[in-house]
Design a protein around this ligand. Structure first.
Ligand code: CU
Length: 166
């Protein structure tokens, strides 16, 4: 019986840790529509509407034809579809983690795709990166660390008990 409890406890701990590691929402940009040249220029603007992005969330860009994702750093570059600066990802799916509050700009650099509306602006938190970085993620990380320490101690004790009993 002790061994059974031992296993159950381990299972619970594993699930808890897994859940902690995958907190944050993963958004597939455009949902089923994916990342491509949209039929209307406000397509991705509409997709963003009503969503509340938070620190710890991530974006996944999926495409099948010839596309890519460039994270540009300024609104000026975004508005003008400037393709020379930023983080470029060429392989689908391309994931970007939203690690802090701020405004993030993504465009496709292929041909005129960006000009045709294959671009998206993501606002995290209040959209300003100057807000203090106390954010949830830090508290979350600290809490996770404490929790995993506790679970390791508990797991060790349970294991020890089961060894002593048999
Ligand atoms: Cu494209």
């Amino acid at each position: 019986m002790a061994i059974r409890i031992d296993r159950i406890v381990f299972l619970i701990i594993a699930v808890a840790l897994l859940e902690g590691a995958t907190s944050g929402t993963k958004y597939e940009v455009g949902d089923d529509y994916g990342w491509r040249v949209p039929e209307n220029r406000s397509h991705y603007e509409n997709w963003v509407r009503g969503k509340k992005f938070e620190v710890g969330d991530s974006l996944e860009f999926n495409w099948t034809d010839t596309h890519n994702v460039l994270e540009v750093t300024t609104k000026t570059e975004y508005d003008a579809c400037v393709k020379t600066n930023g983080i470029l990802k060429n392989i689908s799916p391309a994931t970007f983690d939203l690690t802090k509050n701020g405004t993030y700009y993504y465009i496709c650099t292929i041909a005129l795709h960006c000009d045709l509306g294959q671009k998206v602006t993501i606002v995290v938190g209040n959209g300003s990166s100057s807000s203090p970085p106390i954010s949830m993620s830090n508290n979350h990380a600290a809490l996770s660390a404490v929790l995993s320490t506790i679970t390791i101690v508990v797991a060790s004790l349970v294991h020890l008990c089961s060894l002593l009993l048999y």
